[in-house]
Design a protein around this ligand. Structure first.
Ligand SMILES: [Zn+2]
Ligand SMILES: [Zn+2]
Length: 150
């Protein structure tokens, strides 16, 4: 699903997208983006902040949070739907679905074509314009399932 994840041309497109939206490309923003891209965990702003702070000690959580929300607004990332509070961010823009563990909060990506092609109820189609379809599953992940059994 994600073979191109750290391909060099993505850095170029990051900068291009920022510029197109009038967002200056600063080293801090690049760092936030790189941390988000390299995480497979759908990190929260706090998780990104904890990492970026190691090399930019003066950065604030507010800045990280605002930057991530801006990334989501301009199409560089997505806010994970149904992730509750705090918001979780997803750098993977390819069509995929999520399984969320209600115990440990892990969000696991999966691809499933039948879900991509899921039928939209006629009533919704008549009233609204559907631009995306995502299936959100929740339950216990493999680790928590084992713990629950003990
Ligand atoms: Zn779990
Ligand atoms: Zn995801």
């Amino acid at each position: 699903m994600n073979k191109k994840r750290c391909a060099p041309q993505e850095q170029i497109s990051f900068e291009q997208i920022c510029r197109r939206h009038g967002m200056r490309v600063t080293p801090q923003r690049v760092a936030i983006y790189n941390e988000l891209r390299s995480s497979r965990k759908h990190p929260s702003a706090v998780a990104i902040y904890t990492r970026v702070r190691k090399y930019y000690p003066n950065i604030s959580l507010g800045t990280v949070n605002t930057t991530l929300l801006t990334f989501a607004r301009i199409g560089l990332a997505r806010v994970v739907e149904s992730s509750g509070d705090p918001k979780r961010f997803d750098p993977d823009l390819n069509q995929h679905h999520h399984f969320r563990c209600v115990k440990c909060g892990r969000i696991i990506d999966f691809a499933y074509r039948s879900y991509d092609n899921i039928t939209v109820p006629a009533e919704i189609r008549r009233k609204y314009v559907v631009t995306g379809k995502k299936v959100h599953l929740e339950g216990l992940c493999d680790r928590c399932k084992i713990e629950a059994r003990d």
